[in-house]
Design a protein around this ligand. Sequence first.
Ligand SMILES: Nc1ncnc2c1ncn2[C@@H]1O[C@H](COP(=O)(O)OP(=O)(O)OP(=O)(O)O)[C@@H](O)[C@H]1O
Length: 624
Amino acid sequence: MPSIPAGSTLSTLASFRRLLPYVRTAIPPLAGGLLSALGASLAALAIPHVLQYVVDGPLTRGVATRDWTGLAWSVVLVLAFGLAEVGLVALRRNLVMYPGTRVEHAMRMAMFRHLQDLPAAFHDRWPGGQLLSRVMGDLGTLRRWLVFGLLQLVLNVCTIAVGVGVLVATAGWLGLVYLAGALPVVVIVYRFSRRYRVISRRSQDQSGDLANTVEESVHGIRVLKAFGRGHDALHSFTGQADTLRRTELHKASVDARLMAALTLIPELTLGVCLVLGVWLAGTGQVTVGELVLFFATTAVVNGPVVDLGMSLSMTINARSAVDRYFEVMETAPDLTDPERPAALPAGRRGDVALRNVSFAYPDADRRARVLEGVDLDLPAGTTTALVGLTGSGKSTLAMLVPRIYDVTGGEVLLDGVDVRDLTREDLRRHVAVAFEDPTLFSASVRENVLLGVPESGPDAVDEAERTRRMHEALEVAQASFVHDLPEGVETRIGEEGLSLSGGQRQRLALARAIAARPRVLVLDDPLSALDVTTEEAVTHRLADVLRGTTTLVIAHRPSTVALADRVAVLEGGRITAVGPHSELLATSAHYRHVISSLEEDYVSHDHPGSSAAPAAPAGEEVSA
Ligand SMILES: Nc1ncnc2c1ncn2[C@@H]1O[C@H](COP(=O)(O)OP(=O)(O)OP(=O)(O)O)[C@@H](O)[C@H]1O
């Protein structure tokens, strides 16, 4: 499990206070809902008073005087209070329903936005399932608490307070005896809260882990099937599901013990009160009507005492949900826009320069730098292939240009401006990326390809131009297969393009980068899944399109090197040589070594039986 914070040291009140910005607009309707609920409770508490009046008044006198008017009025009053209770409960439901869903929606949107702003290092560390369970499950828990648990908690406490006040005022000692029953309740509730909080947090974390396992298994279903590991995945899932089940059972048993105590203690107290009450009435210290009022009121109060358990557990679950939500929200997005963003100079066309760049992954040892003192110029309009042995840091270097990660030291300049001084929007507009492992979204081919073409804003591109760009990009990327899809470019492709082949997905990702018409194109081995013929066709067309665009292409295959004007060699975290392919072959032993290992990989893994000849730039001979 990565270093995800567990639990919070904040008090419950301080923890909930963080909700204020989201619930502010919901406070008036929620308060209205609370008042309606309190009104309903008061109406319920008023009914015993009418009963006392009936017993001590009309019932006693009416039998002797046959005056039933008072009794009739009492019946009308009981009916009126009953109807008021029902009406106020309905009003409460209506008042709280919409604000609750609004708060949930706003918090969900805020979290999603925040997740987009969080650095790639955060997503390296946090499993998707944990985030999913926070965005979905925890916010659902919080909504239910806001519209039900919170109101219920306040309502229960108020009803109990008013009810106990009425009991003490009605029957003095008898009321105090009832109140004494609250002492063990307070101790039990305190101990329960401490215990339940730990279990509640554990259960929510375990739900997140389980969601993560489902996500990983579904995502990697092909690998699991290919290696016949479905059974192992099921085994691991069953283990986690069992652990969660045990935690839930533990939670339920702690909850049930509280419920039992909250049911038993008031009943026992009531038994003592009954004996005492009968004696008090027998000795004339209270009237029969007062005794009826007392016990009818305890009947109203006992319900909220029992419900207190449920509203408390809902509150504790909600508190864990709030903690889990803010653990994500309070993670600072370190890839932020500068306060005073710089503008790219007009008339320049994408010079990229890396100056004394060093980089270490956030969780790695600071001394274990992947890059150290990298200096590299990518002149505007040129194509540079980046080569190096596996693990030498090529992808890492490429990710520094679009600020997927920020440099640890040094600077990356785009047309002389540090990329950290640009807004991310500006940067994304000018730098497009295609990765080896392309992600496509559950959307149409058109939407996927045009992802980087702005629809609105100062650089908005009109619909006709968007369509033109899409067709051009699809043609360059040799992705004409989209026209054979059931609805052509309007066909929705599955999550991450799972319904397409690896090569088809790569070509769409490449088309997406091309359609964005960036100043700078970063291609991380974007042709690796293509067959020889398609690769040659794409390479040929790409060379035309790349003219005028500054391109950094990570080469895992000799053929990709063929695209480049120059080659940069990454070795031991540094750029050790830059120059045309032929020059490097003559001067750099390491380059020859890298190229020969690329050729070996190419022939033995990718294209057995083929030679590396097409890979070499025209007129060059590749040799180790
Ligand atoms: N997210 C990450 N967190 C920590 N270390 C990482 C991360 N990604 C890569 N690394 C490490 O950084 C080093 C460079 O990785 P990188 O992917 O940049 O190499 P590469 O040259 O592109 O490799 P390949 O040719 O195999 O794709 C490797 O040692 C790798 O283990």
